[in-house]
Design a protein around this ligand. Structure first.
Ligand SMILES: O=C(O)/C=C/C(=O)CC(=O)C(=O)O
Ligand SMILES: [Mg+2]
Length: 219
């Protein structure tokens, strides 16, 4: 499998995202750290981009970057046991869970879903695929993100509250995981707003890096 190029955008049929999975990020937004079960939400597959620009819808003011480890499912499964969960992983991608924070805050106040704030076109830029066998320890991967060369996020997967086997086991109780599905595992602290003309660069250890310019419609 390692020699095969996997195009995640072409095989992905469902994106399931985890929120508040790093305590420092939950705290920086004034949110409680999840107790018991992970916080789950969705993004549409149409939000994935693999090249081009992140496009801010016209007039949106507070678009935050969230760098995250994405897990790509290789084997379908329902009610996956934690002990077998890693057998269902094909590999990984680096992901930006772009989030319109002010819109998310309004939606939260109204008790509405976050879908608009997190699911608009271009809100899920991803890197090239990384084969599972290329990753020595998925629980010790550095996630870094810069905006215009300035370091904003610098986290490590060792700080995830819910680790990958736990997440896959929990999610698969309610959603049958299929080949190509993408699981976003949450962002470390340091999220901040970007604007037209900014350039976001992110890297996952020395495994992969990616670069996305930001544009706003109407500029
Ligand atoms: O609850 C909030 O205000 C915000 C939560 C998130 O955006 C969660 C994430 O997407 C994350 O932690 O990565
Ligand atoms: Mg996120």
């Amino acid at each position: 499998m390692s020699s095969k190029v996997i195009r995640v955008k072409e095989i992905c049929r469902n994106i399931i995202a985890v929120g508040r999975n790093y305590a420092e990020h939950a705290k920086e937004l004034g949110n409680p750290v999840p107790q018991g079960n992970p916080l789950i939400f969705g993004k549409p597959v149409s939000s994935i981009i693999t090249e081009g620009s992140i496009e801010i819808p016209q007039g949106w003011k507070e678009l935050h970057h969230e760098v995250e480890l994405g897990v790509v499912i290789g084997k379908s499964g329902k009610f996956i046991q934690e002990e077998q969960a890693m057998d269902h992983v094909l590999g990984y991608v680096l992901v930006l869970d772009m989030t319109a924070r002010n819109i998310q805050d309004q939606l939260k106040k109204q008790g509405h879903p976050w879908f608009l704030a997190k699911g608009f076109d271009t809100s899920c830029p991803i890197s090239n695929f990384i084969c599972k066998s290329a990753v020595k320890d998925v629980n010790n991967l550095n996630l870094q993100l810069t905006v215009n060369g300035v370091l904003k996020q610098n986290g490590n997967t060792q700080d995830m509250i819910f680790k990958i086997p736990n997440l896959l086991s929990y999610i698969s109780k309610y959603f049958k995981l299929e080949y190509g599905d993408l699981i976003l595992t949450g962002t470390p602290s340091g999220v901040s707003a970007v604007k037209h003309g900014d350039v976001i660069e992110a890297k996952l250890d020395d495994l992969v890096q990616m670069k996305y310019p930001v544009i706003e419609h109407g500029n």
